[in-house]
Ligand binder design. Structure first.
Ligand code: AMP
Ligand code: FES
Ligand code: ZN
Ligand code: ZN
Length: 302
């Protein structure tokens, strides 16, 4: 196969586009997809301070690299989840990347800063670790960005992640979740703006990007997430993609461009009329927010 642009030998093929790329033109292709996502959805501009949530995995490191390459002011935030060697190794990759690119990496550590870990929280609540993990991430990305003057939080969710979440939401017609599933969630009182600049790029593309750019990343999946529902949806979508290439992108982009707005209005209303958490000041419908309640339970149990 030859590069679609320059006809040199291709090193990566992107079946969805029925195209191969040489190294340089593949990197340009990734940059172009991010540039387009950022531009089309007004994610941020040159003067904005972007906080990239960096897990040490391929997606978030590729995202950070791409944003720096496009000239954005992007600092990283690593959240230590306390998942043993997996967390230590993940942090190592994030820190090594930051050193290499001379970029700023901020850290929040659940154990040191908040007195609990994800395995501890899962045991205390007897619920899936992913629930406690997702809640902690959402809360801490948001509060860190607000406390430190960032304009927007960017996460490394890619096309495969978003299509799998969309399939799950559609299968159960989760109207509220569908209304909030979008490459951009605007800011509202107590909530920073959140964006997903990689939603046009697939998992395979992000792995290829890191390899071609010499970025070392955490290859292991989180040991606590094994067998979770989204992994099953990803496999289903990959089977579908094999039979009809392009269907994953058509599913997700069609939703973003044509269906999301139908669910968005109801979801937006749910962010209004919130009070503030007695403990931490975050928006909440109750007296104490879900994060502070989780932290309290996990600390007592731990
Ligand atoms: P996941 O929820 O593991 O699929 O990760 C989705 C996105 O959340 C990643 O691409 C990162 O942007 C962010 N993220 C996940 N884990 C962490 C972490 N420990 N620290 C900072 N950001 C994270
Ligand atoms: Fe959240 Fe594993 S990364 S439970
Ligand atoms: Zn080329
Ligand atoms: Zn709180």
């Amino acid at each position: 196969m030859k590069c679609r642009v320059c006809r040199a030998p291709a090193v990566v093929d992107v079946r969805r586009h029925n195209a191969g790329f040489c190294r340089d033109h593949f990197v340009r292709h990734c940059e172009e997809q991010v540039r387009r996502a950022v531009h089309d959805h007004h994610m941020f501009g040159p003067g904005d301070r972007v906080l990239v949530a960096v897990s040490g995995g391929k997606d978030s490191l590729a995202l950070w690299d791409l944003l720096l390459g496009l000239g954005h002011h992007a600092e990283g935030l690593y959240l230590g989840l306390g998942i043993g060697g997996y967390s230590d190794e993940s942090y190592g990759h994030a820190a090594a990347f930051a050193r290499r690119r001379d970029a700023t990496l901020h850290t929040v550590d659940l154990a040191a800063d908040h007195g609990y870990t994800i395995p501890g929280a899962a045991a205390a609540t007897r619920r899936s670790p992913c629930g406690a993990c997702g809640l902690s991430k959402r809360h801490l990305f948001n509060s860190y960005a607000l406390d430190h003057g960032f304009d927007v939080v960017a996460t490394g969710h890619n096309l495969d992640d978003e299509a799998a979440v969309l399939l799950g939401n559609v299968l159960r017609w989760e109207e509220g979740y569908l209304g909030r599933q979008h490459p951009v969630l605007p800011a509202s009182p107590g909530f920073v703006k959140k964006v997903k600049p990689l939603y046009r790029l697939g998992e395979r593309e992000m792995a290829a990007y890191c390899v071609l750019q010499g970025i070392d990343y955490q290859v292991e999946e989180c040991p606590m997430a094994a067998g979770n529902r989204h992994l099953g949806y990803k496999e289903l979508l990959n089977d579908l993609e094999l039979r009809s290439p392009g269907s994953k992108a058509a599913f997700l982009f069609g939703f973003v461009e044509r269906a999301h707005a139908r669910f968005a209005e109801d979801a937006a209303g749910q962010r209004d009329n919130l009070g503030t958490c007695r403990e931490c000041g975050a928006p909440t419908p109750g007296e104490v927010c879900a994060f502070c309640r989780l932290r309290e339970r996990a600390r007592i149990a731990g």
